[in-house]
Design a binder for this molecule. Structure first.
Ligand code: MRU
Length: 354
């Protein structure tokens, strides 16, 4: 199952509409970069690597749909689309990473003419998507070594195939361990307010046949403190140069609880999520979303809060690097001191043969 694919016949970007899961599996067809930006903003597609790949295809779409007759005019359409896509969501590093990589590729092809620019942009978007799957499988292999047989693990948000192009990061690790026959059991944080855990992670685990139970986010500390959990696995939207982690709201509390119970806390990321341009988590922009995501929930047909209630809704939080036992990347398991080892991991992937 690929979350985001290119259809050259239309041309368009097709993606699974994650807002409609688990009730129905529906693909939407996006014919303009504006529609791709809306899909990212409104979270039809979400998860840092999936957002990056979608934006890359959005830029390929801008070129494929352009009516420009000169390279300069085409480039104007492409950069305008990049500007639009770049601000669709602020926290995931993969968005700017993918767009910058696309722009570098397009720029290098300008001397060869209009068709070369469009063709190279599409090929690069496909490459970003294909690489993402291979990177996740490598993360899965490295990370599965951290899971003992018969382990119970806690997972937060959704980091699976849906959050990536395919396979997943933290959930990919769990999936690999399951495929290796390790009898892993997952406590799935429901992940308030948008419930990516209950809706999406549970849906994926059903498909993979991995045993799981959904827990309210605030039950995690209870299970950790009882010694019921052997490891915590999460993904990230952006990792700062010092190892501070921006991830789905609730990750920080989970990391604190894991540390208090001496349970290892692992963060699974492709190196494209590591942003060496930000020194620490304090510099990472945190998206605050509409308060209706918190309030517009019903229980037994009744709203959960008085109609005049106000709410705050930060979508992410920052987990200080001291709470992270290790990162699992496609370059291997990365341990402290992170200011050095994360930079080494990024460099090793930049220098790796294509
Ligand atoms: O708001 P979302 O659903 O896009 O947030 C997603 C997360 O926080 C994920 O944990 C993160 O992007 C890593 S996905 C491999």
């Amino acid at each position: 199952m690929r979350t985001v694919v290119w259809d050259g016949d239309v041309p368009c970007v097709r993606m699974v509409d994650q807002r409609r899961l688990p009730a129905e599996y529906v693909q939407i067809e996006l014919r303009t970069p504006e529609a791709v930006a809306d899909a990212i903003r409104e979270m039809a597609v979400r998860g840092a690597p999936a957002i990056g790949a979608s934006a890359a295809f959005g830029l390929a779409l801008a070129a494929a749909r352009s009516q420009a007759e000169t390279v300069a005019a085409l480039w104007q359409d492409v950069t305008a689309a990049a500007d639009l896509l770049r601000v669709a969501r602020p926290t995931a590093a993969n968005l700017a990473w993918a767009l910058d990589r696309m722009l570098r590729t397009g720029e290098a092809a300008r001397a060869e003419g209009l068709e070369a620019v469009s063709a190279r942009l599409l090929a690069e978007a496909q490459r970003i998507a294909d690489e993402d799957v291979m990177i996740n499988q490598a993360i899965g292999r490295y990370g599965a070594e951290l899971i003992a047989s018969k382990a119970t693990v806690i997972h937060h948000c959704n980091t699976g195939a849906l959050a990536t192009v395919d396979y997943g990061t933290a959930l990919g690790i769990i999936r690999t361990a399951h495929e290796q026959g390790k009898q892993v059991h997952v406590l799935v944080d429901e992940t308030r307010p948008r419930l990516q855990g209950a809706k999406l992670t549970a849906w994926e685990l059903e498909r993979y046949g991995v045993p799981y139970e959904i827990i309210a986010d605030n039950a995690a500390g209870y299970f950790l403190s009882r010694g019921d959990v052997q490891a915590v696995f999460v993904g990230a939207d952006r990792v700062a140069a010092n190892g501070d982690v921006a991830n789905k709201i609730g990750t920080y509390m989970l990391a604190l609880a894991a540390q208090a119970s001496a349970v290892p806390f692992y963060v699974a990321v492709p190196t494209s999520t590591i942003d060496l341009g930000v020194a620490s988590g304090a510099e990472i922009p945190i998206e605050e979303r509409d308060s209706r995501e918190v309030l517009a929930l019903e229980q037994a047909g009744q709203p959960i809060a008085p109609p005049s209630s106000r709410a705050r809704n930060p979508a992410f939080d920052i987990t200080p690097h001291a709470l992270v036992t290790a990162f699992v990347t496609e370059a291997g398991v990365v341990r402290p001191p992170y200011h050095r080892t994360l930079a080494d991991a990024v460099a090793s992937m930049q220098n790796a043969p294509a």
